[in-house]
Design a protein around this ligand. Structure first.
Ligand SMILES: Nc1nc2c(ncn2[C@@H]2O[C@H](COP(=O)(O)OP(=O)(O)OP(=O)(O)O)[C@@H](O)[C@H]2O)c(=O)[nH]1
Ligand SMILES: [Mg+2]
Length: 321
């Protein structure tokens, strides 16, 4: 009943109700998931954009400019700033990283920071929850900014409809890292800080790498563009917005064919994550004396036991094996 009331408020766009629900999800308050369940049927309308890249490349500055442009076009915007490297949620540290204070008083912009603390089922699940709430409350566009640091980043990026990967001139190592990591996941590549030397050369390098890596990789009729921007003065932003629109057009063609394909992959991953989380929690609850995984890990580390046998014993103790 309570859940229904809360869900109604969120769907009506009540900012305080949405903020409270996000906090409750983080704090694993009973009932928060019940509310989230009621919101899911009201999601799927928002365009979800992922923005990722190494620390300091200008993701937040870009996001800030994008928010301004989208607001000027009359669109309601949600921003989720995810920082897997920070143990703090909300406070000053993330505040510094976001630099979007000028939108703080705009009712059409909802900004939420997430870090590694207080998660229900990990940072990825927290991000999914926040995105779902923003979607249900009627945001047209949701920008998810993530610092590039490995698996969390890849998981979070994979929940976007369109992924923008940001780099800067002269970051040779950075581009090599992209190659190893999420080159595959990028739909639009941005070389920000084009006011610096070597911007065009960096873009050419990236373009050449993409041509190699992506050849035939995805027969989706999309060659990821490499764009130059200066988030500080707004140069290149028109092109970036146009590329975002083009990608949206591609995804929604043929009755949302590619969009639905992506969302199915996303739903599959989400379901698997949920089952995994639920199973492990349940298992640990049933374990009794085998519950002390730390002690078992010590015995494995010191060579007294092997991990397979321990796993067999745990499954047997939980009546699962
Ligand atoms: N010269 C130049 N500086 C820029 C540009 N865009 C952003 N910056 C500066 O780069 C610094 C980092 O910008 P942020 O937007 O905070 O970068 P970020 O990627 O969000 O950083 P983290 O969230 O800490 O990973 C700031 O001092 C910005 O003013 C640009 O186009 N040119
Ligand atoms: Mg930032």
């Amino acid at each position: 009943l309570h859940a229904q009331e809360n869900a109604q408020k969120v769907i009506a766009g009540d900012i305080r109700a949405a903020a409270r629900l996000m906090r409750d999800l983080d704090d694993r308050m009973p009932g928060a998931i019940e509310t989230l369940k009621l919101l899911y049927p009201h999601t799927g309308r928002a365009q979800i954009l992922g923005i990722t890249g190494s620390p300091g490349v200008g993701k937040s500055t870009l996001t800030d400019v994008l928010v301004g442009r989208l607001r000027a076009a009359g669109r309601k915007v949600g921003v989720v700033a995810v920082d897997p490297t920070s143990p703090f949620t909300g406070g000053a540290i993330l505040g510094d990283r976001i630099r979007m204070q000028r939108h703080a008083t705009d009712e059409g912009v909802f900004i939420r920071s997430l870090a590694t603390r207080g998660q229900f089922g990990g940072l990825t699940a927290s991000t999914r929850g926040v995105v779902a709430v923003m979607d249900a409350m009627g945001k047209d566009v949701i920008l998810v900014e993530t610092v590039g640091v490995g698996q969390d980043e890849v998981d979070i990026v994979s929940m976007a409809d369109t992924t923008i990967i940001v780099t800067v001139p002269g970051l040779g190592d950075d581009i090599q890292a992209l190659k190893a990591g999420i080159l595959e996941a990028g739909d639009i590549f941005v070389v920000n800080k084009m006011d610096r030397e070597d911007a065009q050369r960096t873009a050419n390098q990236l373009q050449a790498m993409l041509a190699m890596e992506r050849e035939g990789a995805r027969a989706e009729g999309w060659a990821p563009p490499v764009l130059l921007t200066c988030a500080r003065d707004g140069r290149g932003l028109d092109e970036l917005l146009a590329a975002m629109d083009d990608h949206r057009t591609l995804l929604t063609a043929d009755n949302n064919r590619l969009l639905l394909k992506r969302r199915k992959q996303r739903a599959f991953k989400e379901l698997l994550d949920l089952i995994q989380n639920r199973t492990v929690t349940l298992l640990l609850e049933r374990l009794g004396s085998h519950r002390d995984l730390e002690a078992l890990a010590e015995e494995i580390a010191s060579g007294q036991k092997d991990p397979y046998t321990v796993c067999d014993q745990i499954m047997a103790a939980a009546h699962l094996g």
